[in-house]
Design a protein around this ligand. Structure first.
Ligand code: COA
Length: 404
């Protein structure tokens, strides 16, 4: 069944569309909150599905640039996807995905990306699992570093105004190095990062911001919360690291040395950390991180040619892909990647794969070899998967430090 889908016109329609997912989160929408959210996502990027004059589902897409190996690209940051429980499994999501990807294509956004509530949902629409991330719960007594060192910079607590000034440029420096991060505009910084209402604290205290400075330059920052607690007279407090990003290796080491040394806590919690995080090699007992990994960003190549041409590659070389893409048939066919640019070709293909699998490999976090072993990419010429990996791999695993 196909539903009537269009973008919303006003705050009321927006609120109903957001409530399609919001109700599953227990959201109580206030006018002020919804207006702020509408300002961020904008009406023309929020689709709603209607039946008999009522909204039965919604799907939004933030406008941001996603960092990709060696650059960044305009991306539909898909979010607030939901269908009212009264209308589940009747094709509402499919209708929303259709309209949303068509819109992204018309706007010329080569990529769409999302965080999936369940890993079963988005593959059918061409989204590929493109990065992994995980959470840590590190007990205070296991926070020793493997090698002795003296911190080379200093840590400064920032009030809100200072954080607003100091932190965004560091984030931009980090995202220029790291595939998988999304650009944050002024509204995002103000409303998503610096505003700190009670309902975002999950029982912990307010966000504390610190900057790490060395030779007059802010090279790293962290936001964290204290969650105090006692059990039989001893602390069971948590230090919850919301985000800790560093633009240099020294800054990363020194920032974590600060966070891990904070007194009066039993554990340090952090999430969304990439599987190649420096902590695994900085700490004396990395096993004690109790790292639990899951899926991170899902990437959809909306325009295969523009997406492949929009990132850099680790080596010279050529590869021809035979791409299948039922949901976005404009991508189907043979694409040749040569000299860092992709174009249509009639040459024989080296690898046959779906747009979904190419989305998985795109940021360099998933190898063609593993896609091949899982039956997700077919090697048509000997050695082609390894050749493609030589091109696509990057010096770090993609990292998106925040769920959007
Ligand atoms: C997930 C959700 C959006 C699906 O909406 P829906 O309208 O029921 O989905 P559709 O009827 O369009 O289903 C499209 C296809 O996806 C499948 N599908 C949908 N939800 C699925 C799920 N949770 N797990 C597995 N398959 C799912 C359907 O079976 C259907 O398969 P088909 O193409 O083989 O027929 C809806 O159940 C929902 O709102 N869930 C709670 C909120 C949520 O998880 N939102 C996603 C946030 S990232």
């Amino acid at each position: 069944m196909s539903f009537n889908v269009r973008t919303v016109n006003d705050l009321d329609e927006f609120t109903s569309a957001v409530l399609a997912i919001g109700q599953y989160f227990g959201m109580t929408p206030t006018e002020e909150r919804m207006q702020r959210f509408l300002d961020q996502i904008t009406a023309e990027r929020m689709h709603a599905a209607w039946e008999n004059g009522s909204i039965v589902g919604g799907a939004g897409a933030f406008a941001f640039d996603l960092s990709v190996p060696g650059g960044d690209l305009p991306t539909a940051g898909v979010s607030v996807v939901g269908v009212y429980p009264t209308h589940r499994r009747r094709g509402v999501l499919r209708s929303l995905m259709r309209a949303q990807l068509d819109s992204a294509h018309e706007r010329g956004e080569p990529l769409a990306a999302l965080w999936a509530s369940e890993e079963t949902i988005y593959g059918r629409f061409g989204y590929g699992l493109a990065s992994f991330c995980g959470e840590i719960k590190l007990a205070h007594e296991y926070t020793s570093f493997a090698q002795p060192f003296e911190p080379e910079g200093t840590i400064r607590l920032l009030d809100r105004d200072e954080a607003r000034e100091v932190v965004p440029p560091v984030y931009e420096r980090v995202s220029a190095q790291w595939p998988g991060m999304f650009s944050r505009d002024e509204l995002w910084w103000d409303q998503r990062e610096l505003d700190d209402p009670d309902d975002r604290r999950e029982g912990a205290g307010p966000k504390r911001w610190v900057a790490y400075e060395r030779d007059g330059s802010a090279d790293a920052y962290a936001a964290y919360r204290h969650k105090p607690g006692w059990d039989e007279g001893s602390t069971v407090a948590e230090l919850r690291v919301v985000e800790a990003l560093a633009a240099t290796p020294t800054a990363e080491r020194d920032l974590w040395a600060y966070l891990l040394a904070i007194d009066w806590k039993a554990t340090v919690h952090a999430s969304l950390l990439p599987p190649d995080h420096a902590l695994f090699f900085l700490l004396a007992t990395p096993r004690r991180l109790r790292y639990r990994m899951g899926d991170g960003l899902w990437v959809r190549l909306v325009d295969v040619g523009a997406a492949l041409s929009g990132r850099k590659y680790s080596s010279d070389g050529e590869i021809v892909f035979e791409v299948s893409d039922e949901f976005c048939p404009w991508n189907e066919g043979r694409w040749k990647l040569a000299d860092g640019a992709a174009s249509r070709t009639e040459e024989d293909a080296d690898i046959a794969l779906s747009a979904q699998a190419l989305g998985s490999a795109y940021l360099g976090g998933v190898s063609f070899a593993s896609l091949g072993r899982a039956g997700r990419a077919e090697e048509l010429q000997d050695g082609a998967l390894m050749r493609a990996d030589g091109l696509f791999r990057w010096d770090r695993h993609p990292w998106c430090p925040e769920i959007f």
